[in-house]
Design a protein around this ligand. Structure first.
Ligand SMILES: Nc1ncnc2c1ncn2[C@@H]1O[C@H](COP(=O)(O)OP(=O)(O)OP(=O)(O)O)[C@@H](O)[C@H]1O
Ligand SMILES: [Mg+2]
Length: 371
């Protein structure tokens, strides 16, 4: 039986546990992760995923574009199914709703940024500045030279600062605010998905690494060096394109094609040529990535040390090996759950589920650091 006096003292002296949700609103599904802070560590309490196809009246696994009411409905269902117990959260913003640009400014004086960055930003943003929200930070200097000609004069390296400018469409931010209100969440930030993936997907390294997020609708490719984003590129093909190609060429429903894609990957010797059909999309994505890597090398003179695959599409059988052959660089599949503690019996399931949850874990880790 519970002792009211000890309950009272426990409630005073037991440190309050902080719990948070990371919610990734992907195009094909929403993912949630609940973390708890315990003894300075992040502990996984629950996680879950819900497909958005049915909320758009289409197939499971399809990419969707949904209004905030439908997304809110899906999140409510997801939180219920996953038995989450907090409303403190952070939400993702799709890279498609943002614009990332690197600018150089002839000052390293932080106090000048608030005034100068928006003025400089106008040169790069194709829409009125009133329609977007700006965020930026100065990239710490390394041994790279950051010198530039301006008005006929060489600006000295130490006076030039490289700024990472993130431009987010206000419409997307307002959509998240509406979702937060509908669902009854207490959300303190919305973060562009690639920053969340960086936090959960890579170990900080001096040498540049690439993260490839194989989503359903698109593949996001970006370079991370010393924990800082250095370049990014979105390829408008994703794992859904493989399913669509299989469905079309074999005259199957989307759901049947999805099952075949997952079963066969690009290693099958199936007589219907599944592997060849799937490889068309993969070859396109890998060759676009190869071009991006080459451009980065030309610009920075730095070689990529490792490629990390994430997103559900990275689970395609044979993809890691194919990417490794194609780039002649070490290629790994992300294991974002390694950043948190969880019961040992979940090990196998989380290793497989991991890549789909990279963004959600990255958001939850940031939220946990904030509180
Ligand atoms: N085991 C698997 N093998 C192959 N593909 C898989 C596997 N598991 C999931 N996928 C594919 O991963 C995709 C979903 O990945 P993810 O959840 O990362 O996308 P998303 O976040 O909804 O999309 P986006 O990032 O484009 O907005 C689907 O196309 C799905 O078919
Ligand atoms: Mg995604």
């Amino acid at each position: 039986m519970s002792n009211p006096i000890s309950d009272f003292f426990n409630s005073i002296f037991t440190p309050k546990e902080s719990r948070v949700l990371g919610i990734d609103i992907g195009s094909s599904s929403i993912k949630v992760v609940q973390l708890k802070k315990k003894g300075g560590k992040a502990v996984l309490e629950t996680y879950g995923e819900i497909a958005l196809g049915p909320y758009a009246g289409t197939d499971l696994g399809r990419s969707t574009v949904l209004p905030p009411e439908k997304i809110s409905e899906a999140i409510k269902d997801l939180l219920k199914e996953s038995n989450t117990t907090t409303i403190d959260s952070g939400l993702s913003i799709s890279i498609g709703a943002s614009f990332i640009v690197f600018i150089k400014m002839p000052t390293s004086e932080q106090s000048h940024y608030a005034e100068m960055v928006p003025i400089e930003a106008r040169k790069y943003i194709p829409v009125p500045i009133s329609e977007v929200t700006l965020d930026w930070w100065a990239i710490p200097k390394d041994q790279d030279t950051v010198s530039e000609f301006q008005n006929g004069q060489i600006i000295e390296d130490d006076k030039m600062t490289e700024i990472l400018l993130i431009v987010i469409n206000n419409e997307a931010l307002n959509k998240n605010i509406e979702i937060q209100k509908n669902v009854g969440l207490q959300t303190s930030f919305s973060e562009v998905e690639i920053f969340s993936a960086m936090r959960a997907g890579v170990e900080p390294s001096i040498a540049p690494q690439i993260i490839m997020d194989f989503g359903a609708g698109s593949t996001k490719v970006f370079v991370v060096e010393r924990g800082v984003l250095k370049a990014s590129h979105v390829i408008n093909r994703g794992s859904q394109d493989i399913t669509l190609a299989i469905s079309k060429s074999m005259n199957l429903s989307f759901e049947e094609a999805e099952k075949i894609k997952i079963r066969e990957g690009i290693v099958s010797s199936d007589k219907n040529g599944i592997s060849e059909i799937s490889s068309i999309t993969i070859d396109y994505i890998l060759s676009e990535t190869g071009r991006f890597i080459m451009n980065y090398y030309k610009k920075s003179n730095k070689k990529i040390s490792k490629i990390i695959l994430t997103g559900g599409g990275s689970l395609l059988r044979g993809l890691r090996e194919k990417a490794q052959n194609s780039f002649e660089t070490s290629v790994e599949v992300a294991d974002p759950f390694a950043k948190v503690e969880y019961p040992a019996f979940l090990d196998d399931v989380l290793k497989t589920a991991g890549p789909e949850f990279t963004v959600a874990i990255g958001i939850a880790i940031r939220k946990l650091q904030d509180i």
